[in-house]
Design a binder for this molecule. Structure first.
Ligand SMILES: *[C@@H]1O[C@H](CO)[C@@H](O)[C@H](O)[C@H]1NC(C)=O
Ligand SMILES: *[C@@H]1O[C@H](CO)[C@@H](O)[C@H](O)[C@H]1NC(C)=O
Ligand SMILES: *[C@@H]1O[C@H](CO)[C@@H](O)[C@H](O)[C@H]1NC(C)=O
Ligand SMILES: *[C@@H]1O[C@H](CO)[C@@H](O)[C@H](O)[C@H]1NC(C)=O
Ligand SMILES: *[C@@H]1O[C@H](CO)[C@@H](O)[C@H](O)[C@H]1NC(C)=O
Length: 256
């Protein structure tokens, strides 16, 4: 009896822990899929609850939700009066499907309001999209204020000559992609190049489509010139800004 009891107790514990592990895995996967890369609450001014700015911002986010998925890019501004105008932009990564773009914009809208409550300007980045709003008109201007870097902790090799070639080929690939992206309406390009010993470098560049072709190129080339700050010799790196971003890895990372 005691044995049976402890046995069944053991079984139910084991059963419980398997469920717990499955729930944990699901939780971790969901949080990885949806957690932002970074955010910046960019304005020192706050708005108050139920203010005209709050209503405009909510309308703006609703508008971006409708506008963005069909093309992967949305610009919107809403106002009741000039002083309360809100300007917003959202941009999905060039390879992202409409449904994943929608999901990302929805997630970004709700998350940015939580992370920057009542802030009149903010930006949030995900793997799949970025969302930005402000009470200042930023359309058509290169965002030089909001920027961050990410890199792979692994280095390419400890062999100096190999590193040089790797860095040079990476820059060359991204510069070529910059030309391609900024000459196209989507302002997105991806590609790959084979390095020695069958190692490939995969790259991607993207600019927001409110920039002119010249500013697209200026923004992306500037990001490429930042690679020594974060990423030289690393197996992967990203320079991510409010107007454009670049990324390279030694594995394919797009949903193509
Ligand atoms: C805005 O709100 C944040 C947090 O709610 C607070 O830390 C900050 O001081 C406020 N800024 C101004 C200018 O009131
Ligand atoms: C949406 O994103 C998920 C996770 O990145 C991916 O597995 C899936 O293929 C994407 N769906 C479409 C339709 O692209
Ligand atoms: C990679 O290189 C950097 C800079 O040379 C060094 O600080 C770091 O420890 C290296 N990382 C690994 C994993 O070897
Ligand atoms: C570094 O790598 C290059 C190319 O693979 C090779 O020719 C060279 O001998 C290596 N140098 C050292 C010090 O390992
Ligand atoms: C970059 O473009 C030039 C000219 O089209 C080409 O010769 C070169 O192989 C390209 N480099 C890379 C890394 O894609």
């Amino acid at each position: 009896m005691a044995l049976a009891h402890s046995k069944s107790h053991f079984h139910s514990l084991q059963y419980l822990s398997i469920i717990t592990i499955i729930i944990l895995i699901l939780f971790i996967q969901t949080s990885i899929a949806t957690s932002p890369l970074y955010h910046i609450c960019s304005n020192s001014q706050n708005f108050t609850t139920n203010s005209p700015y709050e209503r405009n911002l909510n309308n703006l986010l609703g508008d971006l939700y409708l506008k963005t998925p069909p093309t992967g890019f949305g610009l919107s501004s809403t106002a009741q009066s000039y002083a309360d105008r809100a300007y917003g932009m959202s941009l999905c990564r060039g390879d992202i499907s409409k449904s994943n773009c929608t999901a990302c914009v929805v997630e970004a809208s709700s998350e940015i309001l939580k992370r920057c409550p009542n802030n009149r300007g903010a930006i949030i980045w995900y793997d799949n999209c970025l969302l930005k709003y402000s009470d200042i008109d930023f359309f058509g201007e290169i965002d030089t204020r909001n920027r961050f870097y990410m890199w792979n902790l692994q280095n390419v090799s400890t062999n100096g000559t190999h590193d040089q070639a790797f860095n040079q080929r990476t820059r060359e690939l991204l510069s070529n992609l910059s030309n391609e992206a900024c000459g196209s309406t989507k302002m997105f390009a991806n590609g790959e190049v084979e390095l020695i010993s069958s190692m490939k470098i995969y790259g991607m560049v993207q600019s927001s489509r409110d920039l002119s072709s010249v500013d697209c190129k200026r923004c992306i080339d500037d990001a490429i010139s930042e690679l020594p700050v974060c990423c030289e010799g690393r197996q992967g790196g990203r320079v991510v800004g409010g107007s454009c971003n670049i990324r390279y890895e030694i594995y394919p990372f797009l949903n193509l």
